[in-house]
Design a protein around this ligand. Sequence first.
Ligand code: ADP
Length: 430
Amino acid sequence: SEHETQFIKIIRIKLTWLLAYNGITEEGREGKNILKLIGNGRRTEQVIAKIAEGNKEDVDLAVKAAREAFDHGKWPRMSGFERMRILMKFADIVEENIEELAALDAIDAGKLFGRGKALDIPAAASVLRYYAGAADKIHGETLKMSRELQGYTLREPIGVVGHIIPWNFPSSMFFMKVSPALAAGCTVVLKPAEQTPLTALFYAHLSKLAGIPDGVLNVITGFGPTAGAAISSHMDIDKFCFTGSTEVGRIVMHAAATSNLKVVSLELGGKSPVIVMDDADVEKAIDLATFAILYNKVSKRQYESILSYIEQGKREGATLLTGANPAAKSDTTSSPQFSPTTVEEAIERANNTRYGLAAGIVTNDLNLANRLSRSIRAGIIWINCYHTFDRDCPYGGYKISGFGRDLGMQALDKYLQVKSVATPLYNTPW
Ligand code: ADP
């Protein structure tokens, strides 16, 4: 396809420079080997790059730089308008490099190049612009005090922010986390997932071209229990945002609590229901549910873990309808897991999970859709659609899916704290 040709061309020209710039040495870089390595959207099992394994000492250095930039640097002290201009420039530079970035996500995360170019990278830049536009509109309130006092609030950047992100949307995640933090005037130490570090490194480089001062945006590559744990337990990080599994969420929250009680936000796993009402077009509902489940693809580790669930299911007496065997097609059959139910039962079943990330509803009955939306305990409800993210639409979990919201103006609040200032109106004793 046209995209594929374009993709290969760009890889040939740019990847060499890019990996060299970041101190990354990759194998089989030259000539037609690269074509075999890329596998646009496919897992090829080939080594594409070797990345530095950051440890606690590296995290310490990054936090030291971020601390210095926050405590004494100009980023939190410049006007919001000036920050806005730099972040807008950052977004422009991201878009100027859209093809390299989409290519990197394709080789690194198995993303489709065309989709990255049309969707992921432009959306990432637009999230950055959204928060850039908010940077000069952050203000407190004048308070109506109960006595003769002048009272007002200041909204100040919370400080040094630690971010740990997963592999599933490397570019969207990066900007979803970093943009509001930077707009608020915070400085950042971010660890991308060990599976997908390439675009994050490139974004750090681009941020410098945009004029973001040294020490403001730091990217550390490495593994969770080492580099990740050094972030969650760091004594000099003020705010910590984690996106990943509920299991690791518990570990990092514990680390935050037992170190310096840094403020924590967690965006964790989900087990999201889709409710299909009987007036729905079944074909469309199936398309929606399939898209909801299979939109994104998984690392080898996830692939193997899914296969193990299937094996477990079979051991417990389930029969396999299709797939799951990479070598041969299975033709065993099973009966569907779905069954008719009343609206009340549907609500109860949808809520019968400890997770609460998202839910889907498929129906043409507007009143019912609104009623169901209020009854389901999940952070986002998609009616007749799924995975419809928007920069203005807060996203995050109920229950063990976590707390705190990404996107929307709520996300900006995570990186600000409120200070109250009070003073008497008269020189009389207060
Ligand atoms: P997923 O199952 O989505 O891959 P994980 O929770 O395993 O989610 O990983 C998400 C992120 O958390 C990754 O960047 C990973 O390196 C990091 N991580 C894993 N274990 C820890 C840990 N013990 N402490 C801090 N970060 C961790």
